[in-house]
Design a protein around this ligand. Structure first.
Ligand code: NAD
Length: 495
């Protein structure tokens, strides 16, 4: 059986901790590898290798750093099929979707290639007589990244291209459910010419995470995962003096106004609800239909759902399995809860017949109508292929519903009324908004992040905010004396 190791100082090393996690192929329902969990010695060794490599990388010219990141981009672009296969094997999503997440990650690598521009400081000549003031941006040092299972390539790439471009050394702690993508990317960095120790991978569970959160040589933490863990990460890392950005969970609503194109809405709801088996933080999980459109919309959505092929992601299917049996069972339990709470299950994914091994962690796309707002099916993040419909009588009622939720990651409005869309973008309390676009993930040169319990900290991922997060600024006030200066002056310079 394969054992997935850490990547420390430019090489994969097997864990000697004696603690392991099982890595499944969710489409086969069987264990395909083990991943070693870091102990204290391995945590210390990995952080030390990053710390040792940092000064030389910080001092490497912008042109050289840029060339290495560009090379990484070229290698990634030409070999992304290998990475997609790894993702499909351990996560379960279909190959085209795995390629899609790599492409979105690659966009951040491309954005990071422009870092000489983004790392420029400011200069004010003659702020006072013969005094110039200027600022420079410098890297933080060793930065920690902790990522979730659902995007084993894209989410780390939201952060590490920017962190490395800015001159930092990275320690990535991937999800223990799909740990191999990180090792593949580490190998690629080596081939691109990145010095050993600048990109490290520390495999593990809470012990590895806590090691990063509390180690004095780790300057910052970038986390993506569920809300309770994000809150813990934010509080613990901040208590240990670190800069922290912690992106949490989501419950994304799609508001459908009566004038919307219902065929477009139905396509969008199905794509955004069931792509990647609903295991996306920007998935649509609630359709808020402003009456009288609900019945007709449900009919259109159901007929499209009947065409979704569920199966092994290596075959030509639309939707793969869920990531683990435990997660599948949990998602499935929400369907039973919906029935108990009086909702109506319009399409039930529990009886799905997959194009794949019967031992896989299957659940078909599920549509639930008339979900009571008090039900946990409405209130909690489900993170699976379960789409709820809530009926409301007005735009105002729909808006109020969205704004009263715990999360504020993404939302979408579907309408042909530009004025209504503009009102919505102004009034809704959510960080990323789609107008007739169901999954409004910002492009790499904007920043990604939600509001409320979808983001703890004040910095979002990539874009200019990413560079701000991974750098610290020095402001220098300088005076080069000319022969005419002189005299004591204990006050502030006046002019
Ligand atoms: P998770 O919170 O279980 O795990 C995320 C990371 O935290 C993993 O690396 C895991 O090993 C670690 N972790 C888990 N339990 C921990 C603990 N008790 N202490 C310390 N570390 C711990 O999340 P997941 O199940 O891997 O991913 C799905 C979640 O991520 C969903 O809630 C989803 O909405 C969220 N997510 C959010 C975004 C976003 O941009 N806001 C993007 C992707 C995923």
């Amino acid at each position: 059986m394969d054992v997935v190791g850490h990547w420390t100082n430019g090489a994969e090393i097997e864990s000697a901790s004696g603690r392991f996690g099982e890595v499944f192929n969710p489409a086969l329902g069987e264990v395909i590898a083990k991943v070693g969990f870091a102990d204290q010695a391995e945590i210390a060794k990995t952080i030390a290798s990053a710390k040792a490599a940092f000064p030389a990388w910080r001092d490497t010219t912008l042109a050289r750093r840029q060339a290495i990141i560009f090379k990484f981009r070229e290698l990634l672009d030409s070999r992304k099929g290998e990475l997609a296969e790894i993702i499909t094997r351990e996560h379960g999503k279909v190959l085209s979707d795995a390629l899609g997440e790599i492409t979105r990650g690659q966009e951040v690598v491309e954005f990071a290639c422009g870092m000489p521009h983004l790392l420029k400081g400011e200069y004010s000549e003659n702020a006072s007589t013969n005094v110039d003031v200027y600022s420079i941006k410098q890297p933080l040092g060793v930065v920690g990244i902790i990522s979730p299972f659902n995007f084993p390539a894209m989410v780390p790439m939201w952060f590490f291209p920017v962190a490395i471009a800015a001159g930092n050394a990275v320690v990535l702690k991937p999800s223990e459910k799909d740990p191999s993508a990180a090792i593949w990317m580490a190998q690629l960095w080596k081939e691109a010419g990145l010095p050993d120790g600048i990109f490290n991978v520390l495999q593990g569970d809470k012990e590895a995470v806590d090691g990063l959160l509390t180690h004095p040589d780790v300057a910052s933490i970038s986390f993506v995962g569920s809300t309770p863990i994000a809150q813990y990460i934010y509080e613990t890392a901040a208590k240990h003096g670190k800069r922290v950005q912690a992106l949490g969970g989501a419950k994304n609503h799609m508001l459908v106004l009566p004038d919307a194109d219902l065929d477009l809405v139905a396509d969008s709801a199905v794509n955004a609800g069931f792509g990647s088996a609903g295991e996306r933080c920007m998935a649509i999980s609630v359709v808020v239909a402003v009456e009288p459109v609900a019945d007709s919309l449900i009919e259109k959505i159901s007929s499209r759902m009947a065409q979704i092929k569920v199966g092994d992601g290596r075959r030509s299917c639309d939707m793969g399995p869920l990531v683990t049996q435990v997660h599948r069972d949990k998602v499935q339990s929400y369907i039973a809860a919906a029935e108990q709470d009086g909702a109506s299950v319009v399409v039930d994914g529990r009886g799905v017949v997959p194009d794949g091994d019967p031992r896989g962690f299957w659940l078909g796309p599920t549509l639930i109508d008339r979900v009571p707002l008090s039900s946990k099916v409405y209130k909690e993040e489900i993170f699976g292929p379960v789409l709820s419909v809530i009926r409301v009588n007005s735009y105002e009622e729909g808006l109020q519903l969205i704004n009263s939720g715990e999360f504020g990651n993404g939302t979408a409005i579907f309408t042909n009324d530009g004025g209504a869309a503009r009102k919505f973008q102004h009034e809704v309390e959510v960080g990323m908004i789609g107008i007739n676009v169901p999954i409004p993930v910002p492009v790499a040169y904007f920043s990604f992040g939600g509001w409320k319990h979808s983001l703890f900290g004040d910095s979002r991922a990539h874009g200019e905010e990413g560079f701000r997060f991974f750098t610290q600024t020095k402001v220098i006030t300088s005076r080069w004396l000319d022969p005419s200066h002189g005299g004591l002056n204990l006050g502030f310079p006046q002019n």
